[in-house]
Write a protein that binds this ligand. Structure first.
Ligand SMILES: [Zn+2]
Length: 431
């Protein structure tokens, strides 16, 4: 092999080690996009959310928590804002208050606001109702309320900042895969009657390991933001430090070495999914924090792949629909719950369905199957509401942790039916 050939080979190899390729000029930059972020790490050491076993407040932080906003505007001036948060959930009262204020201040229709939480178990507990009576004497209860009130202001401000940042942009979409999410329920098929079965985590259980990624670039092809998803609990960590867990690290790694770039995590239907391996007693010599970082790196790598390979152009217009449906409990004495269902179309290319609370993975798999068509389909959970687990009929019949709330067995059909109804309505409006 002669020297010139070797040099050529080196150059050819280097050509692959580059930033995600822009698809300019093949796709015109018909969008406007803006992104903003704000630190929402509490200044005080509050009680942390996620595990009932924690009896004392936080002691510090391993990583800052963020709320971020991605604003999109189509050629007709139609808008969409997606807010993501490194927090346990989106309390319904907070969603309603933020949506109302965003409508008043920015003329953003409530249906065009999607609020999603990563469900990190290393964030603060939130409290939307002012403590009264004995509760009002507890400093930690008052602190949680004050934190949540201030958070609401920060969320409105970050939405305004993202809208003020709207600049010409090109949108593309693709997906990759990432393997650490595993079904955390025991294998009911193998041991239907044994509640103490050790068949969990369950490699035979359903998972959704897709990593969808919406990439935002400038007309010149510079990367500006990515919105990416994964369906898995943020529960690598159970310590007393604020941290975004694997999703926090994935966002941090994607942003590292890319000044001015914003990575936003949209939590999927991970109600029955955990990150594995999980907890340091499973892997000798590796701490929980290192596992969170490893899973974060693994997810960030998948996003890099999704941004690199054959990006699909996303066109407008934006169409969005949001409705709350009344879901009943089978358990006596529990009032029906107003449950939010949101569907967003980005032209003929992308359908996003955002469901409230801790939706199990069956919803994502079923909706992707039933909505499959020309458009790519992206299903988010943990959006616009936080009211506990939303089991599928299969999970309800099996029983167990995710079925314990006692919902009526009609909820899956009601939720899926509403997604289809909103999807049809938006499809007809675009015709
Ligand atoms: Zn959970």
């Amino acid at each position: 092999m002669g020297l010139p050939f070797l040099i050529l080979l080196v150059f050819a190899c280097c050509a692959h080690a580059q930033q995600p390729k822009s698809i300019a000029p093949y796709v015109p930059a018909t969008w406007k996009a803006g992104a903003a972020s704000v630190i929402v790490t509490p200044e005080k050491n509050l009680f942390m959310a996620g595990y009932a076993s924690r009896k004392t407040p936080a002691v510090g932080k391993a990583q800052d928590l963020f709320a971020k906003a991605l604003a999109l505007e189509d050629e007709q001036g139609g808008r969409l804002v997606i807010v993501t948060m490194d927090l346990i959930g989106v309390p319904q009262a907070m969603r309603r208050a933020v949506a109302m204020r965003a409508e008043q201040q920015f003329k953003l229709p409530p249906a065009a606001l999607l609020m999603n939480a990563s469900h990190t178990h290393s964030g603060p507990g939130m409290r939307t109702a002012e403590p009264t009576g004995e509760e009002a004497k507890k400093p930690l209860a008052l602190d949680a309320y004050e934190y949540t009130k201030a958070l609401e202001d920060k969320l409105v401000a970050v939405i305004g900042k993202a809208l003020a940042d709207l600049q010409p942009a090109r949108l593309t979409w693709n997906r990759a895969r990432c393997g650490f999410a595993m079904n955390r329920r025991r294998d009911y098929a193998l041991a239907p009657d044994d509640p103490n079965s050790k068949l969990a985590p369950n490699p035979n259980g359903p998972v959704d390991q897709e990593v969808p990624a919406l990439r935002v670039e400038s007309p010149e092809g510079a990367l500006r933001a990515v919105l990416f998803g994964y369906a898995c609990h943020n529960t690598c960590l159970g310590f007393y430090n604020y941290c975004g867990d694997y999703a926090g690290y994935a966002q941090e790694y994607l942003q590292a070495n890319r000044p001015g770039f914003t990575a936003l995590f949209l939590m999927g239907c991970g109600g029955d999914q955990n990150p594995y391996p999980r907890r340091s007693d499973v892997v000798p010599g590796i701490s929980d924090l290192e596992l969170a970082q490893q899973h974060g790196r693994s997810l960030a790598n998948a996003v890099e792949m999704a941004m690199t390979v054959n990006p699909r152009a996303i066109r407008g217009p934006i169409r969005s629909a949001y409705e709350e449906i009344s879901l009943d409990y089978a358990k006596p004495g529990k009032l029906p719950h107003d449950y939010p269902v949101q569907v967003i179309h980005l032209g003929p290319d992308l359908v996003i369905a955002a469901l409230g609370s801790e939706v199990v993975v069956d919803y994502s798999l079923r909706l992707k199957r039933e909505l499959a068509g020309e458009a790519a389909v992206w299903i988010a959970g943990y959006s616009n509401d936080y009211t506990g687990y939303m089991p599928s009929l299969r999970v309800q019949k099996e029983g167990g942790y995710e079925a314990a709330a006692g919902w009526a067995e009609t909820i899956e059909e009601k939720i899926i039916g509403k997604v289809h109804e909103l999807h049809r309505r938006l499809s007809e409006a675009t015709k």
